[in-house]
Ligand binder design. Structure first.
Ligand code: HEC
Ligand code: HEC
Length: 207
C-alpha cells in the first residue's frame, strides 16, 4: 500500500518540475537585512527565534516557500505558530522579483553544518529514512525534479517542527499547497514523536 502510494506521488511530482528564474543576489542583499534578525547574518538559522537555516537550501525551494507564505498557502493555519511569524515577513517582499533576488542572495552565502540539538536513535531513523530517500535523495540533498528540498545540514529543530506540522495539518493542508500535501501524506507514516526524532537524528548524520 505504501509502495503504491509513493509510486503514485512520484509520478505526480515528476510531471510538475518547477519553473524557476534566478534572481539578482546584489539586489537581494539589501532585502536580506530584515531577515537576518531571525535567520542570522549568514542565514545559519537561530533556534531561539525558531528560524531555520536557509543557507544551502535550494534557491528554487526558498522562492517557492516565500511565494507560499506571501500567498497565504503556508503559515495561515491557526495551528502554525512559527509559520505565522514568517508569513508577514514574506508579505513585505514586494513582488516575484524581490523574492527571487533575496533567494539569490541567500544562495550566495557560505554553508556550514549546524550543531545537532535533537536527541534520537539515528540507527532506527535510518530505517525510517528509506521512504524519504525516494524524493529527498539518499544523501538528503533534495531533488528539484521531485520538488523535494535539501534536508541534510538543515536546522534539526526545524525539521522536527515541520514533520509535526505536516502530520497535524498545520502545514500542507491548504487546497493550493500541492507539494505540501505530498509531504503531509509522508509525514503521517511516521508513527509518533520518537519516530520523528529518530529520522531527524539520522538526517543529522548526513553531511
Ligand atoms: C521575525 C522573525 C523572522 C524574520 C524577520 C524572517 N523570518 Fe523567515 N522564518 C521565520 C520562522 C520562525 C520560520 C519557520 C516557520 C515554520 O516553522 O514553519 C521561517 C521560515 C522561513 C522560510 C522557510 C524555510 C524552509 O525551509 O521552508 C524561508 C524561505 C524564510 N523564512 C525566508 C525569510 C526571508 C527571505 C526573510 C526576510 C525577507 C525572513 N525569512 C524573515 C522567522 C522569520
Ligand atoms: C513523494 C515525495 C516525498 C517523500 C517520499 C518525502 N518527502 Fe519530504 N517533502 C516532499 C516535498 C515535495 C516537499 C516540499 C513541500 C513544499 O514545497 O512545501 C517536502 C518537504 C519536506 C520537509 C520540509 C523541509 C523544509 O525546509 O521546509 C521535511 C522536513 C521533509 N520533507 C522530510 C521528509 C522525511 C523525513 C521523509 C520521510 C519520512 C520525507 N520527507 C519523504 C516530498 C517528499
Amino acid at each position: 500500500m505504501k509502495k503504491i502510494l509513493i509510486s503514485a506521488l512520484l509520478i505526480a511530482a515528476a510531471s510538475a518540475a518547477p519553473a524557476f528564474a534566478a534572481g539578482d543576489a546584489a539586489a537581494g542583499k539589501a532585502l536580506y537585512g530584515t531577515c537576518a534578525a531571525c535567520h542570522g547574518a549568514s542565514a545559519e538559522g537561530n533556534k531561539a527565534m525558531n528560524a531555520p537555516k536557509l543557507a544551502g537550501q535550494g534557491e528554487w525551494y526558498v522562492v517557492r516557500q516565500l511565494g507560499n507564505f506571501k500567498g497565504g498557502i503556508r503559515g495561515s493555519s491557526p495551528n502554525d505558530t512559527f509559520g505565522k511569524t514568517m508569513a508577514p515577513m514574506a508579505m513585505m517582499l514586494a513582488d516575484d522579483a524581490a523574492m527571487a533576488n533575496v533567494a539569490a542572495y541567500i544562495a550566495s552565502l557560505p554553508v556550514s553544518h549546524p550543531a545537532a540539538t535533537v536527541q534520537g536513535d539515528a540507527a532506527a531513523g535510518k530505517t525510517g529514512y528509506a521512504m524519504c530517500s525516494a524524493c529527498h535523495g539518499a544523501d538528503g540533498k533534495g531533488n528539484p525534479a521531485m520538488n523535494a528540498p535539501t534536508l541534510a545540514g538543515q536546522s534539526d529543530f526545524y525539521l522536527v517542527t515541520q514533520l509535526k506540522n505536516f502530520k497535524s495539518g498545520a502545514r500542507g493542508a491548504h487546497a493550493k499547497d500541492s507539494y505540501g500535501m505530498q509531504m503531509a501524506s509522508m509525514a503521517k507514516m511516521l508513527a509518533d514523536d520518537a519516530a520523528i526524532n529518530n529520522v531527524v537524528a539520522y538526517i543529522n548524520t548526513l553531511k
